[in-house]
Ligand binder design. Structure first.
Ligand code: DSN
Length: 434
């Protein structure tokens, strides 16, 4: 991208932009929550919409001069509803954490109970970690995995918890779980206790958009929260979608549910946010249009094919994968069981080779979060660069060689050069001016 003005006015920062671009180009981005956006998305982020305040919603703003912002936000909303087949979309959340917080406040009163997935079993910090603001206000109860070898969720335990605690909301979704969820089971349990269902689809939104994974709304979920920058390949931002008001095949559980869109909108603004970032909403609209194209389905299906191939090849080389495989874009590896190397040590070693991934807790981890037993990696970004199954075989090989030769600096330097050379064959989507 052209950054000539930054270069002229602030060369130190321009050098950092350039260095980051080089890092992204010469390495393998394996963090499963990251991706490379298109040039159009990057351009949208840098438009004059960044200058504009527009508190409120289209047609009902608290500032003048909204003729263009209203049009942009309406387009983004329309495209989001079309992608996810739902009645309502709020495109204003700044990111995933505010989207979740706003959703909790939309439906619950302080002290109310919500059931979500245990952090170390794959849930997210915002699903009730005691250090978060939400956990100080609401009563979070956790469910987890029953069988760590298959990844099967303990639905019986979830049912028992629901009957015992009578939650207002039941939350499905994860940031480190490699399997598909049985959304219908969540809906059935929630119906028994009159709870509203939310799926945090931040990680898999692009895979749902591209029809590679199931859409929770098809099973009768009421709400999906998401980020827009992971598999969905848009700008950093959040999204709240809701359904059940018009077209949900299940009967509304409560009169109040019909009001869900209004409750969500009010909870985002003025509830927890101020003015929306309209340049980001423009970029979301651009990304949503890309996700509606037929090529995006090919992308989503290739992400999953690549993840399955990488899982297979790593397992063949002795990497112990939590749940022994993957159904989605991510892999969780127990590095202590595999090679007696901690997640922190592995992250550092791979970083030095240009393989970017992250240390991660594994279910029932006996180690601390800052240096846990596992690593988490995934295929969304490398698939965007055009990598296919055969490339996964190389990556598995490099990951194995890196561990085996972890004390051999000379070997690692040669490996690093090989990875750089390999990556240079694959352009970044932002290179493409068409
Ligand atoms: N930080 C994101 C992830 O990496 O999964 C979730 O918020």
């Amino acid at each position: 991208m052209n950054i000539s003005s930054i270069k002229k006015n602030d060369p130190r920062l321009a050098a950092l932009v350039k260095a980051e671009e080089t890092r992204q180009r010469t390495g393998l981005e394996l963090i499963p929550s990251e991706n490379y956006v298109s040039r159009a998305v990057l351009e949208a982020l840098g438009t004059v919409f960044t200058n504009k305040y527009s508190e409120g919603y289209p047609g009902k703003r608290y500032y003048g001069g909204q003729v263009n912002t209203d049009a942009v936000e309406k387009i983004a909303i329309g495209r989001a509803k079309k992608i996810f087949h739902c009645d309502h979309a709020n495109v204003q959340p700044y990111s995933g954490a505010p989207a979740n917080l706003a959703t909790y406040f939309a439906w619950m009163e302080p002290g109310d109970t919500i059931i979500g997935m245990e952090l170390s079993h794959g849930g997210h910090l915002t699903h009730g970690d005691p250090r978060t603001a939400a956990a100080k206000v609401f009563n979070f109860i956790r469910y987890g995995i029953k069988n760590i070898e298959t990844g099967e969720i303990d639905y019986e335990h979830l049912y028992d918890l629901a009957i015992k605690h009578k939650p207002k909301m039941i939350l499905a979704g994860f940031s480190a779980y490699p399997r598909e969820l049985d959304y219908k089971k969540f809906v059935d349990i929630a119906k028994e206790v009159g709870a509203v269902t939310i799926a945090d689809i931040a990680h898999i939104a692009g895979l749902i958009a591209g029809k590679a994974l199931k859409n929770p709304f098809d099973a009768g979920f009421h709400i999906c929260t998401s980020t827009t920058h992971k598999t969905l390949r848009g700008p950093r931002g959040g999204l709240i979608l809701s359904n059940g008001i018009v077209s949900n095949p299940l009967k509304p559980i409560d009169k109040k549910i019909e009001n869900l869109p209004t409750l969500i909108d009010r909870s985002v603004f003025p509830g927890i946010q101020g003015g929306p970032h309209i340049n980001v909403i423009l970029a979301k609209a651009v990304a949503f249009s890309e996700a509606l194209q037929p090529e995006f389905r090919i992308y989503a299906s290739q992400v999953v094919k690549n993840a399955k191939r990488l899982a297979k090849k790593l397992m063949e080389k002795g990497f112990k994968l939590v749940t022994n495989g993957t159904d989605n874009h991510l892999l969780l590896v127990d590095m202590i069981t595999s090679f007696n190397v901690s997640g922190g040590e592995a992250e550092k070693l791979y970083d030095s080779l240009g393989l970017t991934l992250n240390k991660n807790m594994i279910p029932n981890d006996s180690r601390k979060p800052y240096d846990p037993s596992g690593i988490r990696l995934g295929t969304p970004a490398i698939t965007t660069r055009g990598m296919k199954e055969k490339d996964m075989d190389h990556i598995a090989g490099w990951m194995y060689d890196g561990i085996v030769h972890k004390k051999d600096e000379k070997y690692l330097n040669v490996l690093k050069e090989e990875i750089i050379e390999y990556c240079m064959q694959f352009s970044l989507p932002s290179d493409n001016k068409s």
